[in-house]
Design a protein around this ligand. Structure first.
Ligand code: ADP
Ligand code: MG
Length: 164
């Protein structure tokens, strides 16, 4: 079994739909760390995933607020650690309490604080395409035991997209 799966999205709506599809595999306590350049589609992905988790409010980028919380079928926490230059800032916003196992936690630029992530997390890396501004390569990677039992489900959920 591979530890990562790569697909292509062809529009923002398509990436939103991909987030929605992935959300079907998410459970309380999950951490999803998003990576990719500015404008790659991290927030768009989270918007789709949050909608899939039953969040009805609009999900807006937490770039300047650091963290936003939403009530869906599950509590949803959305963080953006981009502007943080110190690990301490992440801890000061109560980072560890958000990982108490109740919520699904999305962290944009989560790869930057990998050392603070729990044992298991799902990585989503979005890569811009130099030739096509509406195209993204999206690589989903699992880390830790929490994802082994759900990986086939995740692969099934991503099957409708062209793979890379
Ligand atoms: P990030 O959070 O990674 O900085 P955003 O999700 O805020 O990026 O923005 C992504 C931008 O790219 C949006 O303006 C969106 O409309 C555009 N876009 C174009 N194609 C795609 C795609 N395939 N997936 C995601 N966003 C796309
Ligand atoms: Mg963003």
């Amino acid at each position: 079994m591979e530890t990562s799966v790569g697909v292509v999205t062809i529009s923002a709506e398509d990436t939103e739909k991909l987030g929605r599809a992935v959300s079907e595999a998410l459970r309380p306590g999950d951490v999803v760390a998003l990576a990719g350049d500015l404008g790659a589609g991290k927030t768009v992905f989270v918007q789709g995933a949050a909608a899939g988790l039953g969040v009805l409010q609009p999900v807006v980028s937490p770039t300047f607020t650091l963290v936003r919380e939403y009530a869906g079928r599950l509590p949803v926490v959305h963080m953006d650690v981009y502007r943080l230059d110190r690990v301490q800032d992440v801890l000061d916003v109560g980072f560890e309490e958000y990982l108490d196992g109740r919520a699904v936690v999305f962290i944009e630029w989560g790869d930057v604080i990998q050392g603070l992530l729990p044992e298991s997390w799902l990585g989503v890396r979005l890569t811009l395409d130099m030739q096509d501004e509406a195209r993204r390569a999206v690589t989903v990677t699992r880390t830790g035991p929490a994802w082994s039992g759900r990986w086939e489900l995740l692969e099934r959920l991503l099957a409708p997209w062209e793979s890379v």
